[in-house]
Design a protein around this ligand. Structure first.
Ligand code: ZN
Length: 156
């Protein structure tokens, strides 16, 4: 695929998820909640997670917040991909996403939609927009029901 086609593809997917997000809102109940902020662009995100009774499988992820198309689309794509994942699987996917944005890995076939965010890696200033929601989810899963405010300014 030529670079131009790839650009068009990822832009289409990003715009589609930005304009018609499927996972905006708040989970019911809220088992984990985490807010994140990307100061370099001004994106904010408020993630809520519903877990199963044993607290080891993600049943639902929803997000609220304001930000650029990349940040919001990344949150919607992530929410889609996380349903039904165990916590270790989810944390591994966070790591995989970060590796992908560094050009070191790709998602397998069943999660290939996430690979469109690779297009963003051409614009280093936008990488933090794409990774914000993933950092925020990681923090949500690693804490126990606390509301924390994370910034991705000094990470990676
Ligand atoms: Zn942004």
């Amino acid at each position: 695929m030529s670079l131009d086609n790839l650009r068009t593809l990822y832009q289409q997917v990003i715009l589609e998820h930005y304009k018609k997000p499927k996972h905006r809102g708040k989970t019911d109940p809220v088992d984990r909640r985490q807010r994140g902020h990307n100061p370099s662009c001004g994106d904010t995100i408020d993630l809520t997670v519903r877990l199963n009774e044993a607290n080891d499988v993600i049943e639902d992820v929803k997000f609220e917040g304001e930000g650029c198309a990349i940040a919001m689309a990344s949150a919607d794509l992530m929410a889609d991909a996380m349903r039904g994942k165990t916590l270790p699987e989810a944390l591994e996917m966070v790591q995989q996403f970060q590796n992908m944005m560094k050009g070191e890995a790709e998602f397998p076939r069943e999660l290939r939609k996430l690979n469109v965010m690779q297009g963003v890696a051409q614009f280093p200033v936008r990488i933090k927009c794409a990774t914000l929601t993933w950092h925020t989810l990681k923090a949500a899963l690693e804490q126990t029901a606390a509301v924390e405010f994370v910034s991705n300014e000094e990470s990676d």
